[in-house]
Design a binder for this molecule. Structure first.
Ligand code: ADE
Length: 240
């Protein structure tokens, strides 16, 4: 997977992505990060990339041409038009399902806006997907782009150590993850659930499944209608 991020703050993207699991994945060549500074494509001697909005109003607007040239610098090396994701609170809300769909692409372009937005004409020209990470307004698209790249990267084969660990986690099947425990067996008088100490794998599996269902019902009941429940799961759900 190769990410191209068009941004005014490439150091923010690089610092954010070069730590922890995504950092290791970059070092190991499982994912590639190309952050493109839109300011490098400014077309005036002051390196200015924004201007006042036509029609008046507060704030500045990122101009079309530097964004377009930054995009062209990336797309000219590609055989087909890539997906270009514009991070905006006006987009479709990002989800695990969207992460799964995007994880199969070879390359993705993220366009990060700042100020009051980007000249609409270049958005119309290059953007294929408008995506929001939730109903709140951030100062720019960099954090949302990093949120998306993080969620997508962990679905790229080889990025997580354990090939299975992405499968069983929250949202993968519309159920929340069951609780986890580690040593010591008793911590401040709180004991690890006995079934986990039993070594009885079938019982442990069943307990974990039931905890997932219970948690989902308590914390995110709206997810249950799309969860893949078998007869035993449904019986358990009825009993709680
Ligand atoms: N830019 C500003 N706020 C945003 C949000 N919530 N999601 C995506 N991009 C944004």
């Amino acid at each position: 997977m190769k990410y191209h991020v068009l941004t005014l703050f490439p150091e923010m993207i690089e610092n954010g992505m070069k730590t922890s699991i995504t950092g290791r994945a970059i070092e190991e060549g499982k994912i590639f990060l190309d952050s493109v500074n839109i300011r490098d494509y400014a077309f005036n001697k002051h390196n200015k990339v924004d201007d006042y909005p036509y029609g008046g109003g507060a704030g500045m607007v990122m101009q079309a041409e530097p964004v377009y040239l930054a995009y062209k610098s990336v797309s000219e090396h590609m055989d087909k038009k890539p997906k270009v994701i514009y991070l905006t609170p006006q987009g479709s809300v990002f989800s695990q399902k969207m992460a799964e769909e995007l994880a199969v692409e070879d390359e993705l372009v993220f366009l990060c806006g700042h100020y009051e937005g980007i000249d609409e004409r270049v958005i119309e020209e290059i953007v294929t997907d408008n995506v929001s990470i939730g109903d709140y307004v951030l100062t720019g698209g960099e954090l949302p782009a990093m949120v998306m790249m993080d969620a997508i990267s962990r679905l790229v084969p080889g990025v997580l150590n354990n090939e299975h660990s992405a499968e069983f986690e929250s949202f993968q099947d519309n159920l929340l993850e069951y609780p986890q425990y580690s040593r010591p067996e008793v911590w401040r008088e709180k004991r690890v659930p006995q079934v986990l100490m039993s070594g009885h794998h079938a019982n442990i599996e069943r307990w974990r499944r039931q905890q997932s269902i219970l948690r989902t019902k308590e914390r995110r009941p709206e997810l249950l209608k799309d969860a893949d429940l078998d007869d035993a799961d449904k019986l358990f759900l009825k009993s709680i």
